[in-house]
Design a protein around this ligand. Structure first.
Ligand code: 6CS
Ligand code: FE
Length: 292
């Protein structure tokens, strides 16, 4: 039996944008790698930066990311305005990415945040080549993962590992602190095979100007400048985006998306065919630590 759609979005082209209450807590708590103060900060803002978390793994991760960029898989996503690789998905099953995804500290964090064992919903490397890679408009990942992947609730978060320094000029991640606390239901409908467009340049399920102005007035905008090897945790529903890379410096970020086993994806709530496995992993296996 299909679970209730607690976060209806893209139900009709003429529906209004509307804020709906969040049902699940962003932090379930308990002892683990994050301190009580760090959990409090994450619950309040929807994100947390841990400098140097993967400093010792960085060289191996960056080398493997460069290799993937040079010989990308057929599923690689290409930039909308050039032939450059924009993203490579489903990297968590390979080599050093596998070890990083199973890091026991990260799995401890995932239990504190989701209150459950977790599996990998999605993994990817977003490459922002110097001078020319476009960015991402403001959006909630959960709006897509719910509508297009069938993720029932908000018991999911992203772990971003910058593989190159993220600085003001090379398109760092920007978030609206606190915007994870409400769900913005969007009008429109999901086109058939939307993922091909969506992963290059998201058109549907994005906030309108008024809703953005409301959220920014409340929470401001945080530009997350951080060193390669840091760890940036952010909630599945926080509104985020990034500018294009206007600098001569690479911006390469690795993402792991941890979803609670109890929140495993069902059929897409938009009623369309499921997205490809590289974008939405349906091989739901609980992650166990790998001692690196
Ligand atoms: O659709 C998705 O799954 C992807 N889209 C965006 C804009 N961010 C998260 C995710 O990689
Ligand atoms: Fe996103």
């Amino acid at each position: 039996m299909k679970p209730t759609d607690n976060y209806p979005s893209r139900i009709s082209p003429n529906a209004p944008y509307r804020f709906l209450p969040r049902i699940e807590p962003s932090v379930h708590g308990g002892h683990g790698y994050l301190s009580a103060q760090e959990l409090e900060e994450y619950a309040a803002n929807g994100f947390l930066v841990l400098p140097d978390f993967f400093a010792t793994h960085l060289h191996g991760l960056a080398r493997e990311a460069d290799a993937l960029f040079s010989t990308p898989p057929a599923s690689a996503i290409i930039e909308p305005n050039s032939k450059m690789v924009r993203s490579v998905f489903a990297v968590h099953e390979h080599g050093t990415f596998f070890d990083a995804a199973h890091d026991d500290r990260l799995l401890s964090i995932s239990r504190q945040l989701t209150g459950d064992d977790t599996y990998m919903h999605q993994s990817r490397i977003n490459y922002k080549a110097p001078l020319g890679s476009t960015g991402w408009m403001w959006h909630s990942d959960f709006e897509t993962w719910h509508t297009e992947d069938g993720m029932p609730g908000m018991r999911c978060f992203s772990a971003m590992i910058p593989l190159s320094d993220n600085v003001s000029m090379n398109g760092p991640l920007m978030v609206i602190p606190g915007s994870h606390k409400r769900f913005l239901s969007c009008p429109g409908e999901t086109p058939d095979g939307n993922h091909a467009q969506h992963l290059r340049d998201q058109k549907v399920g994005v906030p309108d100007r008024d809703s953005l102005l409301t959220m920014i007035a409340e929470g401001g905008i945080e530009t997350i400048e951080c060193k390669a090897g840091s760890l940036v945790l952010f909630d599945c529903n926080i509104i985020h985006g990034s500018n294009s890379n206007m600098s001569p410096f690479w911006r390469k970020n690795l993402f792991f998306v941890y979803n609670a086993m109890a929140n495993a994806v069902v059929d897409p709530f938009c009623g369309k065919a499921p997205r490809p496995d590289y974008a939405c992993n349906r091989n739901v296996q609980p992650l166990t630590p790998v001692t690196a």
